[in-house]
Design a protein around this ligand. Structure first.
Ligand code: TXA
Ligand code: MG
Length: 352
């Protein structure tokens, strides 16, 4: 299959291209499209056969459910059994935006979308090209991140092409995703909303609107062996570049000292270390291949750079990636969750 890439500069001017993508979705095909979080791989959420093509293109395990994307809140009512007041309030506050709300699903949603669960995650993305595509398609669109399963999520059309060239018919290129990490997955089926995956809408932002909000323990630590994964995504390897990743906690000084020693040691063995850290910390690092996450005082910038850096280490062919821990505040919680997962929870704490 040939993968066509159509560039969208302005959703109004480029409406014909978006219409082509919408036609593909209506015809039961898959299309990759930009969202403000990461690129998605979309298909008609109401057609089991179309949804199966997503799993096939990504190589995604069949028991990992998909998020359904809408452009109008009215579409939501048909997809779920009931919308509790609190969920509606959160949607009104944060949609369009990086928040996926999980509720009991209606019978309209085929089980391929939810991997047999009785709940469905729904979100309204904020990217203008995504909203236009969803409106023209006129159907709810199931869309996971448009990467091969296990790889870091794509934040550019180029990343999607790297992973899915020849496997999907079309990519809409709407530039870099501005948030850079995926949406917050919030389970609203209980009394107190529960964050299953931290993302663009932070716990602080949610608490301001909803009062109490819990964070699932697996956000920071691996699941115990006998523990049930509420979100099946929790149990899989994620965001992993080719080289192993180690997360390092410590002060700027202890971090720099550790990675300088480790990178030099690897260099002597003829291997390459990749160093992933804030601009401030990188100034103190002298060895290895250094990629900047951005300004240490700007967590949004760090979130925006994270996945592109992990992918770049692949193309640079490093043997080990040493990543600096960032503060788990605001969107920093999502950044740390992704790095910890990329590292398979391999953490070195220099202060303890
Ligand atoms: O920002 C995003 O959410 C992007 C863009 C494309 O919208 N999409 C995305 O989808 O990240 P995906 O499939 O890569 O991640 C969805 C996550 C998975 O961890 C999945 O297990 C969880 O959400 N999830 C989906 N439906 C669920 C449900 N009904 N219950 C629990 N977890 C669910
Ligand atoms: Mg994903």
């Amino acid at each position: 299959m040939k993968t066509r890439v159509l560039t969208i500069t302005d959703p109004e001017e480029d409406i014909k291209k978006i219409q082509e993508a919408a036609d593909l979705i209506r015809a039961g095909e898959v299309v990759a499209f930009p969202t403000e979080t990461v690129y998605g791989l979309g298909a008609n959420a109401l057609e089991a056969e179309a949804v199966r093509k997503i799993f096939e293109a990504k190589g995604r395990p069949g028991d990992n459910p998909l998020i359904v994307h809408i452009y109008d809140v009215n579409q939501w009512k048909d997809l779920v059994e009931d919308i509790p007041k609190q969920a509606l309030l959160l949607a009104e506050a944060f949609w369009p935006g990086p928040l996926s709300i999980i509720l009991k699903k209606s019978s309209l949603i085929p089980e391929e979308v939810t991997a047999g669960l009785d709940t469905v995650g729904v979100r309204m993305p904020a990217h203008p090209a995504a909203l236009k595509l969803l409106a023209l398609a006129g159907v709810p669109v199931a869309a996971p991140s448009a990467n091969r399963s296990g790889k870091p999520s794509p934040t550019t059309a180029g990343h999607v092409l790297e992973d899915l060239n020849g496997r999907i018919p079309m990519i809409l290129d709407g530039g870099s995703s501005c948030v850079g990490v995926e949406s917050t997955v919030l389970d609203c089926t209980g009394e107190v909303p529960l964050i299953l995956r931290p993302g663009g809408v932070t716990p602080e932002m949610l608490r301001e609107k909803a009062g109490q909000v819990r964070i699932h323990s697996s956000v920071r630590r691996p699941l115990f062996e006998d523990e049930k994964a509420i979100s099946p995504g929790m149990k899989y390897v994620h965001y992993a570049p080719n080289a192993p990743v180690v997360l390092i906690r410590g002060s700027v000084y202890s971090f720099a000292d550790y990675v300088n020693r480790k990178a030099l040691e690897l260099e002597r063995e003829g291997k390459k270390a990749g160093i992933l850290a804030t601009e401030q910390s990188l100034r103190k690092c002298r060895y290895g291949i250094r990629l900047s996450l951005g300004d240490g005082n700007n967590p949004s910038e760090i979130a925006g750079n994270l996945f592109a850096c992990l992918r770049e280490f692949d193309s640079l062919g490093v043997d080990l990636i040493l990543a600096e821990a960032v503060e788990e505040k605001g969107i920093g919680l999502a950044v740390m969750n992704r790095i910890v997962k990329a590292a398979g929870f391999h953490v070195i704490d220099l202060e303890s």
